[in-house]
Design a protein around this ligand. Structure first.
Ligand SMILES: [Zn+2]
Length: 329
């Protein structure tokens, strides 16, 4: 079996085991953190909004330990530029808990790019991604195992297209898979896939994240028809789609034979700096998220899917085989 890079070194793909394909040990803006470290006062909230180092570390440890208790061996950690990617932080979590953490390279933006990239083209951006894949990330020897990019409400703007083409070129040069954050409500997925394919990426190396935010089976099948993987990966984020509808969609797709193309995950962020603590609390109270954690799928989703007919084999395909195939192809 080929190797897969983790923050504690390469492992044999057979050692990946049960894998959560989309979970963040941390999500906080690195520029805000660098410029105003005092903004990281620890606040009690759900999820924690603390951005100070020890508070964030404790929050990551708590989630990592919880998933390990549920038999998870590996998480893919899609925190890229603008999400506070910090592979030394991830390595500390991995060393402390035994959880295997698969890191990425890429840029998480809905449009903005720093001036640095205004005067450099897609290939220069791809060179940086390839550096992370071949040499190592942030001055370490930790290598990226997948590429991350995003399209959201503004759609595939020129800047977003540039990041997608750069990710695609890095993928083609290195054989590394791509995870693309998408927004089904803006139907970004088909255009994202189109760009990757134009650049020569094989569909089985592409994962369109957050496809589970819609229950529009026609839209999802349009994506699946291209041969890509889709992420049913935001369980708990009721604001995008309630759990019952997420489950009904997964069940329908399982019945149509798509077990081999889906991932189950939560897109949980052990730390999230987006909201002031009181806003986060209000949102939770208003039902924007329910039970959102790194373990919700084990506690509530998998039992419900089983009830609706999901077999052990289908579960194994989504949690073990698919991560291995997408990461190694
Ligand atoms: Zn995410």
């Amino acid at each position: 079996m080929p190797n897969v890079e983790t923050v504690t070194g390469p492992i044999d793909a057979d050692e990946l085991g049960t894998t959560l394909i989309h979970e963040h040990l941390v999500f906080r803006d690195e520029a805000v953190l660098a410029e105003w470290p005092h903004a990281g006062t620890v606040k009690e909230s759900e999820p924690p909004v603390n951005v100070d180092e020890e508070g964030a570390f404790e929050a990551a440890l708590e989630s990592a330990r919880a998933v390990v208790e549920h038999g998870v061996k590996t998480i893919a950690e899609p925190t890229a530029m603008f999400g506070g990617r910090d592979v030394r932080f991830s390595r500390r979590v991995a060393e402390e808990t035994g959880l295997q953490v698969v890191p990425c390279t890429g840029i998480y933006t809905y449009d903005y790019l720093p001036p640095y990239f205004m005067f450099r083209d897609e290939d220069a951006m791809a060179d940086l991604f390839v550096h992370d894949i071949e040499e190592g990330i942030q001055g370490t020897d930790i290598k990226a195992a997948f590429l991350k990019c995003a399209a959201d409400e503004p759609g595939v703007t020129p800047n977003i297209e540039k990041v997608h083409r750069a990710a695609a070129r890095a993928s083609v040069r290195t054989g590394t898979p791509i995870m693309a954050h998408s927004r089904p409500a803006s139907e970004t997925g088909p255009r994202q896939v189109e760009i990757f394919i134009e650049e020569g990426v094989e569909p089985e190396r592409i994962q369109i994240a957050h496809t589970g935010d819609t229950d529009d089976l026609d839209y999802i099948e349009r994506l699946l028809d291209t041969g890509v993987f889709v992420g049913m990966d935001r369980y708990g984020l009721e604001i995008f789609l309630p759990m019952e509808q997420r489950n009904a969609t997964v069940t329908a797709l399982l019945e149509r034979g798509y077990a081999e193309r889906m991932f189950l995950s939560q897109d949980f962020c052990a730390t999230l700096d987006w909201y002031p603590a009181e806003v986060a609390t209000q949102m939770m109270e208003a039902g924007a998220a329910k039970g959102w954690s790194m373990t919700l799928i084990f506690e509530e989703v998998i039992p419900a899917l089983r009830e609706s007919g999901m077999t052990d084999e289908q579960l194994e395909t989504m949690m073990v085989s698919n991560p291995k195939r997408w990461l190694t192809a």
